[in-house]
Design a protein around this ligand. Sequence first.
Ligand SMILES: Cc1cc2nc3c(=O)[nH]c(=O)nc-3n(C[C@H](O)[C@H](O)[C@H](O)COP(=O)(O)OP(=O)(O)OC[C@H]3O[C@@H](n4cnc5c(N)ncnc54)[C@H](O)[C@@H]3O)c2cc1C
Length: 397
Amino acid sequence: MTTPYTHLGEALGTDFFSVQDEFSDEQWQRFMDVRKFVDHEVLPDINEYWDKAELPWHLFKRLGELNIVGDDIVGYGAAGMSPLSVGLVHMELHRGDGSLGTFLGVHSGLAMQSIAMCGSEEQKQRWLPAMSTLDKLGAFALTEPEHGSDSIALETTATRDGDSWVINGSKRWIGNGSVADLVIVWARDTESQEVLGFVVETPAEGYTATVIPGKVSLRALWQADIELRDVRVPDENRLEFARSFKDCGRVLANTRGICAWMALGHATAGYDAAVRYAKERTQFGKPLASFQIVQQRLVKMLADLTGMQLYCMQIGRLADAGKLSPTIAGLAKMNNTSTARTILSEARDLLGGNGILLEHHVVRHWADIEAIHTFEGTETIQTLIVGRDVTGISAFT
Ligand SMILES: Cc1cc2nc3c(=O)[nH]c(=O)nc-3n(C[C@H](O)[C@H](O)[C@H](O)COP(=O)(O)OP(=O)(O)OC[C@H]3O[C@@H](n4cnc5c(N)ncnc54)[C@H](O)[C@@H]3O)c2cc1C
């Protein structure tokens, strides 16, 4: 007799509206490479790491071998993917696991992109090649203990002192902050009051990172509280084109759309597992899938999931055409993370008691979507950004 429910985490290839027919060969190849990696390498191992809150370095390292590090950055050994491929890769990684996907999101989407978008040519040449191979790991330090949604009011300071800068302040929730080699620190110039970006190379005197304990989302990835006490950074480590908070905002706008793809990956994992389970699980002498209420719930999940897929395809097309605005990406992030939460709650419930066991590959996604819902702008903040766009009135400063 075969053990029941052993394949719940694996892809069903859910694509009700045939959006995959539109993939180019390059997009299809990237997508399939990551799908195989997830089904054959990530799923068998990840629950143990998530359970113990340990970092799965062997899986992190495989991202470099799969040539998917660096998103759409061209040159410097980076993946140089089309924007739609970037979305597909992040979606599929998150269908496997949120910690793994967020590891890549922080390293590529935030740290490498800060250098690619705000660095000089010399700075790109200096740091990006080693980051593309994951020989150097990146982090992005914007959030502070007192400034999350209003990070524009950050209090970390940078004071010019001859050929270098002296940085002081505290950062919170910094992914990879305790293990990164290169930390992009956003700090306010005490003279001009503008927010500037610095590459802090660790270990650095005055830089301490403490992993935040007790986290129940993205457990196989660590976030840190960071203290910067008179950390001295040479001027050549100040990102040349990070001259105000707007430049930090450009980096974040770029990753906002990717969060919509991440949410789609989590929701797909939940839906696929629920469909498989409903067919396998028998109650009252019949498979769960034969009951009308169960079918209705699965179809509602599919309708929501298909809507998320269409959102993603369109933001991918717009990004390919260079037309993805921060507000469109914001609406996609808001819609997809909140819809994914609903789908994952339904999936968890449809698995009954098995739904709260890690081995069935639903509850991990159910917990992980909470972090994605919050980071890089909460649902409420995305709503306010879009609200400002449609009304012309800002409900926040
Ligand atoms: C797992 C994880 C990883 C992260 N990784 C990083 C990282 O690598 N680097 C980094 O810099 N940061 C990171 N962050 C920080 C993240 O971006 C912030 O948590 C996020 O911006 C929200 O800030 P906050 O947690 O301080 O919540 P707050 O800003 O305090 O918000 C609390 C609540 O109030 C609501 N709210 C806030 N302002 C308003 C308003 N004007 N009107 C109505 N409601 C409002 C919010 O929507 C939310 O519901 C990470 C966070 C998490 C949880």
